[in-house]
Design a protein around this ligand. Structure first.
Ligand code: SAM
Length: 256
């Protein structure tokens, strides 16, 4: 039976065989890799992946799609909202210290998914995600560019990231209204110890008015935390490198 795409689940199914091959090549699955796919849908990526892996765990929220996927003998299906999935538990079930996570994500919840995985990054080996191109541009943006912001800082301190493939709307059915791309995310082995909630708050305050000097936007926040260090507030939020935000969060949080 033909599945009618559900908009509320962000369903845009990949149909372009060349693009599917290119994504699978970028992921480079090897037999036995402990891999988890978010949002397998109609199995466009799932099938070529599982042919190479032997077995694959998939997380699908749509009940009808999950029922279809359960017919496939090589898939372990978790029927759930990915935002409720405990990836440490999934790793444990796969008997692996770290897992590989992939997926053509539902674009309506892509940032919450990225932050949910950031919280569980200690069990992640690598991530390959298809996302809206504009979101990937923000993830990998460098300081002093229009795309540099909260998402860039919050992800770049923890992952090396690379935009690996452009994907046009015609590659999907139905086609999304935006361009897409695939990003590779490799967690750093030994990231600076930082209070993520504090870093998040700091970056949010700093970028609340990105064009103002930080002494106006951050001044009071720093005073309230009795900060007496050398962080230069004569800059705009968009000019400050990721490492400076991390160093500031560490010293404010008493870990610097
Ligand atoms: N992987 C398929 C492909 O490339 O053709 C489908 C990709 S489609 C963009 C997103 C998929 O994520 C859909 O199958 C949708 O049902 C599923 N999905 C949406 N929200 C979800 C959620 N909160 N948790 C898990 N899966 C979800």
């Amino acid at each position: 039976m033909k599945h009618i795409a559900r908009k509320r689940f962000g369903q845009n199914f990949l149909t372009d065989g060349g693009i599917i091959d290119a994504i699978v090549r970028a992921i480079a699955p090897r037999p036995g890799d402990p891999m988890v796919e978010i949002g397998p849908g109609l199995a466009a990526l799932t099938q070529p992946l599982v042919e190479r892996l032997g077995r694959l765990t998939v997380i699908e929220l749509d009940r009808d799609l999950a029922a279809r996927l359960r017919q496939h003998g090589q898939l372990d299906v978790i029927e759930s909202d990915v935002l409720k999935v405990d990836f440490a538990q999934v790793a444990q079930a796969l008997n692996a210290p770290k897992i590989r996570v992939v997926g053509n994500l539902p674009y309506n919840i892509s940032s919450p998914i990225l932050f949910h995985l950031l919280e569980q990054v200690h069990v992640v080996q690598d991530q390959h995600f298809m996302l809206q191109k504009e979101v990937i541009d923000r993830m990998v943006a460098q300081p002093a560019t229009a795309a540099y912001g909260r998402l860039s800082v919050m992800l770049q301190w923890r992952y090396a990231m690379e935009d690996v493939l452009f994907v046009p709307p015609e590659s999907f059915d139905p086609p999304p209204r935006v361009d897409s791309a695939v990003v590779r995310m490799l967690p750093y082995d030994q990231p600076a110890a930082v209070d993520v909630a504090l870093l998040s708050e700091l970056v949010q305050v700093a970028f609340s008015q990105r064009r103002k000097l930080l002494r106006h936007t951050l001044g009071r926040w720093l005073e309230a935390r009795a900060y007496g260090g050398a962080f230069d507030t004569q800059r705009r939020a968009e000019e400050v490198p990721v490492a400076d935000y991390v160093a500031l969060a560490r010293s404010v949080g008493g870990r610097g």
